[in-house]
Design a protein. Structure first.
Length: 378
């Protein structure tokens, strides 16, 4: 029996997620704004949770229907086969959101969906009360333009929580977004990766994980591991398959620098927990003194900026300094994340490519400079 799954994601990452799902042999992959649907057996649920680099979580689609009234929402929810998923002792809290819909009160929708599930389960299990002390089955709903989608979250903590980052600096970059920047910058296992404003080291660590093809979720747990609907052995099998795909990366090296010694200590600890400390060198250094340590290199960075840490004037000065320090040269490329629409003007050069992404709710662009590399490709 196959299932329909849903991955919610940061806007701009849909294509990358669809690509990696197809590589995992997921079926009927289709991307929409902020989410990607796919189908498959139970093993693909475990595989996606363990291997996906850019996804926020993996959800099982229980059902979808149209609703413009609370009665339609109640009846549509009650008609779904909740007994196939939720046992008599399982916990099933409800949360969700509504956008551009007649039913706009999230708290009311939440209460109605909970009541509908309870009424369905009461009639099936022949009980009046549910203790909800068992396995967590988090119900999540989305209502967009009066179309309701109800899912069960299989991941638990968000998939960006790989488990290696126990501490971070101010305004840390999500691991999923850092991984996406490495993919968009065309990072390869043979590259030298640089981040001269590395903070807690997330970009460098994600780049090193990609270089060795280490599955980001292999060392963490997921809610669905406690679900009776999925054979428990699939999780061990998928972890073993992921480990078998790992590879050495003798030509890869990461170089991280920052002016804050305390955050560099955190970065080193994070890299060690991720199992890639041997691939990354950290040192205290000012941006103005940055130099490549290798003839070729890929620089990916997330500088502090206006709404994040610096005011607008400080950010412009920083971007100008970056433009002077990041000199285009054969064999070197740059990818810089910024929400500033006039970044290129301050940086001093027009990007070879731009990609719109969201860092949380903040719309950003990844400004990419790589034409010097393309000219030497034979």
């Amino acid at each position: 029996m196959g299932f329909t799954y849903l991955i919610p994601c940061l806007l701009g990452l849909e294509g990358l997620i669809a690509e990696e799902l197809r590589d995992m042999q997921a079926e009927n992959v289709r991307a929409e704004n902020g989410r990607v649907f796919f189908e498959g057996e139970a093993d693909i649920l475990a595989r996606a949770n363990i291997r996906c680099r850019y996804a926020e979580r993996v959800q099982v689609v229980v059902g979808a229907f149209a609703a413009q009234s609370f009665e339609e929402l109640f009846q549509g929810t009650k008609a779904l086969p909740w007994e196939d998923w939720i046992g008599i002792r399982d916990a099933f809290p409800v949360k969700g959101y509504s956008l551009n819909s007649t039913l706009f009160s999230v708290s009311d929708c939440q209460a109605i969906i909970k009541k509908a599930v309870v009424e369905r389960l009461k009639s099936i299990h022949n009980v009046e009360w549910f203790e909800e002390t068992g396995a967590l089955h988090q119900i999540q709903f989305s209502i967009m333009k009066d179309q309701v989608t109800i899912v069960l979250d299989s991941s638990g903590a968000g998939l960006h929580k790989r488990g290696y980052r126990l501490a971070a600096g101010e305004a840390p970059l999500k691991e999923t977004l850092a991984a996406a920047m490495c993919r968009l910058a065309r990072l390869r296992p043979t590259h030298a990766l640089y981040d001269p404003m590395c903070g807690s080291g997330t970009i460098l660590i994600e780049g090193a994980l990609m270089a060795r093809n280490i599955a980001p979720g292999k060392n963490r747990n997921f809610s669905a591991e406690r679900w009776s609907q999925f054979p428990p052995g699939i999780w061990a099998e998928e972890r073993a398959k992921a480990i078998a795909l790992e590879r050495p990366a003798p030509a890869f090296c990461g170089y991280g620098s920052d002016i804050d010694e305390d955050i560099l200590a955190v970065a080193k600890e994070n890299a060690a927990r991720a199992g890639v400390a041997d691939l990354i060198q950290f040192k205290k250094a000012d941006l103005k003194d940055f130099q490549f340590q290798t003839e070729c290199g890929t620089l990916i960075t997330n500088p502090p900026y206006g709404e994040r840490l610096l005011d607008a004037e400080q950010a412009q000065l920083l971007f100008k300094l970056m433009g002077r320090v990041f000199v285009p040269q054969r064999g070197r490329s740059f990818a810089i994340l910024s929400p500033d629409e006039v970044f290129e003007q301050s940086f001093g050069r027009k990007a070879d490519a731009r990609r719109k992404l969201y860092n949380g709710m903040l719309k950003c662009q990844v400004y990419m400079y790589f034409k010097a590399i393309e000219r030497i490709v034979v």
